[in-house]
Write a protein that binds this ligand. Structure first.
Ligand code: ADP
Ligand code: MG
Length: 331
């Protein structure tokens, strides 16, 4: 064993990448969330070879100045945590670790300019965690991030990835979820140059009609047609979404979309609650199809329990569960 010492910044970033970036879909997730936090209303996602050779995200959000570009790729640098209050997070990001992590395991580039009409555009390049290089670039609206050759410098991680088709599918599933959750943003997904998913923004003030259009674009018309709309409030929680009718069931839980405060969530215990709520009307080996938005005060849910923020912890899970079961049964 060697003597104790502090790890280098590059190694720290690679270790963080191990937690946050598991596969190409995790890169897509982190970058799309940044674009949403930047206020974009159009996000284009381009992937090549399942995202292994290239992922490019183009947004029309607020963009970054030259100084901000430098900061953005540093560890624990974020514009999102106001007053250091972890109990009141309104943005998708807050940990300030995605960009340094991604740029430590890829050939990484950000092109951006802030919306100030006099500001110039810049491009920042990082080659697998090396020192950033910055140069002037064409001024664009918003930000374009390109991630090439993910994990090429870490063969052990690369070996872990599945086929291009599989990785593309994981990305497509994620883009479906995030686009159902954000029906005021237009998303386009291109796989090897082919547009495979597009969701337009419905020009309506009505949430239900927006959800209907988005569901039709992303999941096909059958979903909305075979669902019951819910919009309920119980104490500190609001529930909004679509509950598939019992005959419109599925062979797995893939068509159960759970969003908590505009965040895509994976929560097996909520899948289980759906199962319980439908148990008298669906065969036990089938699963209901559901889109549910759970909205509550930020302090009722802890989102800082998972590096990729896929899971959350509710302060009062029992209450939430019983509301869910009641609302579903009544519907
Ligand atoms: P976090 O999202 O947790 O703040 P990130 O490493 O993902 O951490 O991003 C660091 C910072 O870079 C963000 O806080 C934001 O200020 C800036 N940033 C990243 N992506 C974009 C983007 N697409 N548009 C504008 N700013 C961005
Ligand atoms: Mg982020």
């Amino acid at each position: 064993m060697n003597r104790i010492r502090l790890l280098s910044e590059d190694i720290i970033n690679q270790i963080a990448a191990g937690e946050v970036i598991e596969r190409p879909a995790s890169v897509v997730k982190e970058l799309v969330e940044n674009s949403i936090d930047a206020g974009a209303n159009k996000i284009d996602i381009f992937i090549r070879n399942g995202g292994k050779s290239e992922i490019k995200i183009v947004d029309n959000g607020i963009g970054m100045s030259c100084d901000e570009l430098y900061l953005a790729v540093q560890r624990h640098a974020t514009s999102k945590l106001n007053a250091d209050d972890l109990d009141n997070i309104k943005t998708l990001g807050f940990r300030g670790e995605a960009l340094p992590a991604i740029s430590s395991v890829s050939a990484f580039s950000i092109q951006s300019s802030n919306n100030d009409s006099l500001a110039e555009g810049h491009e920042l390049l990082i080659d697998f965690g090396k020192k950033p290089i910055i140069k002037p670039a064409k001024k664009l609206r918003g930000t374009t991030i390109t991630v090439k050759n993910l994990f090429f410098s870490t063969p052990a991680r690369l070996k872990f990835l599945k086929t291009d088709d599989y990785e593309s599918l994981v990305i497509k599933d994620y883009v479906k979820k995030i686009s159902i959750c954000n029906f005021s943003i237009q998303f386009n997904l291109f796989v090897d140059e082919k547009k495979i998913l597009t969701s337009l923004v419905q020009d309506s003030k009505n949430r239900t009609s927006k959800l209907e259009h988005r569901t039709n674009d992303v999941l096909g018309k059958e979903f909305f047609k075979n669902s019951i709309f819910i919009n309920e409030k119980r104490e500190n929680y609001s529930f909004f979404g679509l509950l598939g009718i019992p005959t419109f069931n599925h062979s797995n839980t893939k068509n159960q979309f759970i969003f908590v405060n505009q965040r895509v969530i994976v929560d097996k215990s909520i899948n289980q609650i759906f199962k319980v709520a439908y148990k008298d009307v669906i065969p036990y080996n089938r699963f209901p199809q559901i889109i549910i938005f759970i909205i509550c005060d930020a302090h009722l849910v802890d989102i800082n329990v998972h590096p990729a923020k896929n899971e959350v912890r509710f302060k009062d899970k029992n209450k939430l569960n019983s509301y869910l079961i009641k609302i579903i049964r009544e519907a």
